[in-house]
Design a protein around this ligand. Structure first.
Ligand code: PLP
Length: 397
């Protein structure tokens, strides 16, 4: 077997350098703990950016995948498969919407939401074709396609990729008035993350989601909530919009929907919106495949049965309170909801991340000065206490 060092060197030589991973190789994982080829263990406090809400290799989800592997894995949408209807039914129940459009990655689901909004604007709101505008927020992260980075304000995500997709208007996040001011007769939708993840766990001012929801209703524009990272219990509610009892017109979902096994994404909305699609107008070869359905159905069943929102809330409160006892005047803010927690420093966080890893904690800085802690929701209190020991040593001054 190759050593971690050899694996890293080979990966670095042969793979495009669009990532700069930390020097940890994972070859095995279970729950909240990952193992290197040398047999060292780490606590996973990132959970693949919330795709691992169920922890690594959740036994029931793995079993559902194994069972399905022996039956049928792919049909394409040229034919029906026997599990898609149950996937739709479960996701409708969770979201309170009555129609689903399945895709694979988060970015594809965001693209699907943008296409939905443009069509709805043209077909139903009667905005002239080519004039549709979508309002988005500064420092958003919605994925990596050309159209999605056209919404981005991050120079690193955009540089060299022009020309961009037109039709996006950018406003400050957390400012409902600025959003309202940006609306004109061609506006079809407003898209936002209920808590900005990649921007550094930015929780908007209380009442913001309610306010933008109201504005969208009054001005007849769609409110698209990108819950790819915040959805499925991560923040202590099934969806982060629920913290303000807000119902978006379109949920954009991904990451944890695949149970940490498969890329599974979808948008959920009501049929008066999703009926803008007719056969041939959108699709994906792998979207809604039976293997994806099998893991997602099991994942959604577990979320509800084991009350993951409650778990995330209680463990998140415990974890954040413990973090607050760390004495370090370079820590200027600790924020978040549930088990989506950001620790912001007055200095670049890079050195602290190195210390965390040296103390057995996998975490990563986002936007230079903030470290995101998002352990699997299944992490036990005992594991959290152990992880907190390492975090305390690494982050104290
Ligand atoms: C990760 C993420 C995406 C993109 O998902 P991919 O599966 O990486 O394409 C979109 N929106 C948000 C909020 C995300 O966190």
């Amino acid at each position: 077997m190759l050593s971690s060092k050899e694996i890293i060197a080979k990966t670095d030589k042969l793979g495009a350098h669009n990532y700069h991973p930390k020097d940890v190789v994972i070859c095995k994982a279970k729950g909240s703990i990952v193992t290197t080829p040398e047999g060292e263990n780490y606590f996973d406090m990132l959970s693949a950016y919330s795709a691992l809400n169920f922890g690594h290799c959740h036994p029931e989800i793995i079993q559902a995948a194994k069972d399905q592997l022996d039956k049928v894995t792919l049909t394409s949408r040229a034919f029906h498969n026997d599990l898609l209807c149950e996937f739709f039914e479960k996701l409708c129940e969770l979201t309170g919407k009555n129609m689903i459009l399945p895709m694979n990655t988060g970015a594809e689901a965001v693209e699907t939401a943008l296409k939905t909004a443009r069509r709805w604007g043209n077909f139903i709101k009667k905005v002239p074709e080519g004039k549709q505008e979508i309002i988005c927020c500064e420092n958003n992260f919605h994925g990596r396609t050309i159209s999605i980075i056209s919404m981005s304000t991050d120079p690193t995500a955009r540089a060299g990729y022009m020309p961009e997709t037109p039709g996006f208007v950018i406003v400050p996040y957390g400012d409902a008035q600025a959003m309202e001011n940006a609306i004109n007769e061609n506006t079809v939708a407003f898209i936002a993350e209920p808590i900005q993840g990649e921007a550094g766990i930015i929780v908007p001012p209380e009442g913001y989601l309610k306010k933008v929801r109201e504005i969208c209703t009054n001005k007849n524009i769609l409110f698209i909530a990108d819950e790819v990272q915040t959805g499925f219990a991560r923040t202590g509610k099934m969806f982060a919009c629920k913290h303000e009892d807000v119902e978006p017109d379109i949920y954009v979902l991904g990451k944890a929907l695949g149970g940490g096994v498969m890329p599974v994404s979808a948008i959920a909305a009501n049929s008066d919106i999703l009926e803008v699609f007719e056969p041939g107008s959108h699709g994906s070869t792998f979207g809604g495949n039976p293997l994806a359905c099998a893991v997602a159905i099991k994942a959604m069943e577990i979320l509800v049965r084991d009350n993951y929102p409650q778990m995330a809330k209680e463990k998140g409160d415990y974890f954040m309170n413990a973090l607050r006892t760390i004495k370090n005047d370079e820590i200027i803010d600790i924020r978040g909801k549930g088990l989506l927690v950001g620790v912001e420093f007055s200095v670049p966080a890079y050195e602290y991340v190195k210390k965390l890893i040296a103390n057995g904690i996998l975490a990563k800085e986002t936007h230079e000065r903030t470290i995101r802690f998002a352990p699997p929701i299944t992490i036990t209190y005992e594991e959290m206490d152990k992880a907190l020991e390492g975090i305390r040593i690494a982050l104290k001054k």
